[in-house]
Design a protein around this ligand. Structure first.
Ligand code: PMP
Length: 355
């Protein structure tokens, strides 16, 4: 099935979701007035100006408006969840019938796509990225099973760090009449390469973003999908009515308003990334340092697992990826504060030098 001009998203939506009458929460129509409709406690409780005794806005209006203004899309193209992990679940709920439909991941990649498929009882096929960790759309199109409903791509990819080629992503969006999810969790660390500008071209494209990385708000648990208003309407249909707390939404709006400190953090993380990369390249025992558009670096080194353990003993925690297919000898290190990066580099040099 390819994307003709008559593409109809409804043919991909699970029939039970298509026909579902969603739960109508008391707070859909009004947020103010004499509110005697939701069995709330009327005695006002506030924390930092956030109302705690009333249910939060199920339609996330303020947050979606603020995000829309930042991204240059309409609020009807956005839905926010408890981390992008929740948004991933909506993809399965809306499009994947357990036991019948399947999904595809482009490996090696972020493990949650496969785990979430397992949770929902949906088969997950692994399609390999190339040796340079790029996505081959033609190869995918000729190999993809008929049962596949969703392809998960991650760009910049975790754990390899590279942006996927945009032309290849466009090719698969154009020629595969199913859902293409592009997880842009790390896009703020890349100079360019977002698929956001292609949203109007591809009604089957879903972009995932998060506040956990560039915005530095991992503890808040806030992520969102950007997609056609029709896809978003199905996500809103399957989400729980009050998935985001008022605090979460307020913290999200505050993060969006504080662009200056976000941009400053991102600039210094990019600078540090290049410093760590160039220092790693110089170390004896480091075979290869992959380029990165994210806030981490993947590198191959001698005795990777042993090195990870010995760094751990020194209180330096990095991610051993050496047992992942295609990632023999690989370690993934996140970019930390400058002094943390220096400690890591010094200790790694010492361990590789045999001291
Ligand atoms: N996508 C990718 C590619 C990730 O690496 C991660 C977390 N490491 C997430 C999503 C999770 O995002 P969130 O914190 O918004 O659930």
């Amino acid at each position: 099935m390819s994307m003709g001009s008559g593409f109809d998203i409804k043919t991909l939506v699970r029939p039970n979701v298509l026909n579902l009458e969603p739960y109508h929460s008391a707070r859909e129509k009004v947020l103010e007035g004499v509110l005697l409709d939701a069995n709330e406690n009327p005695y006002q409780e506030e924390w930092e100006g956030v109302c705690l005794n009333r249910y939060p806005d199920p339609f996330q209006r303020k947050l979606r408006r603020a995000l829309a203004d930042c991204l240059g899309v309409g609020p009807e193209s956005i839905a926010a969840g408890v981390g992008s992990d929740e948004v991933l679940e909506w993809v399965f709920k809306v499009f994947c019938q357990p036991g019948r439909d399947s999904v595809v991941t482009a490996e090696p990649t972020y493990g949650m796509y496969q785990v979430t498929a397992g949770v929902f009882g949906v088969d997950c096929h692994c399609f390999p990225l190339s040796e340079s960790f790029d996505f081959d759309a033609q190869g995918f199109l000729s190999a993809v099973p008929a049962s596949a409903k969703v392809l998960f791509l991650c760009s910049p990819n975790n754990p390899t760090g590279n942006l996927l080629n945009q032309e290849q992503i466009r090719m698969v969006c154009r020629n595969w009449g199913r859902i293409v999810v592009v997880d842009e969790a790390y896009i703020d660390f890349a100079e360019s390469g977002s698929m956001l500008g292609d949203l109007d071209l591809f009604p089957n494209l879903v972009i995932l973003r998060t506040f956990s990385k560039g915005y530095g708000r991992a503890a808040v648990r806030l992520g969102y999908a950007i997609a056609s208003p029709e896809i978003i309407s199905f996500f809103l249909k399957v989400k729980t009515p009050y998935n985001l707390s008022a605090l979460t939404m307020q913290l999200g709006c505050m993060a969006l308003a504080d662009r200056e400190s976000r941009d400053a953090n991102i600039s210094s993380l990019r600078r540090e990334r290049e410093r760590v990369r160039s220092e790693l390249t110089r170390l004896d025992g480091v075979f290869l340092v992959y380029p990165s558009d994210a806030n981490f670096i993947l590198f191959r080194c001698r005795e990777a697992s042993a090195i990870v353990n010995r760094l751990f003993d020194k209180g330096i925690v990095v991610r051993d990826r050496s047992s992942v297919p295609g990632l023999a000898d690989c370690i993934r290190v996140s970019i930390g504060l400058p002094e943390e990066n220096t400690l890591f580099l010094t200790e790694l040099a010492r361990l590789l030098g045999g001291n």
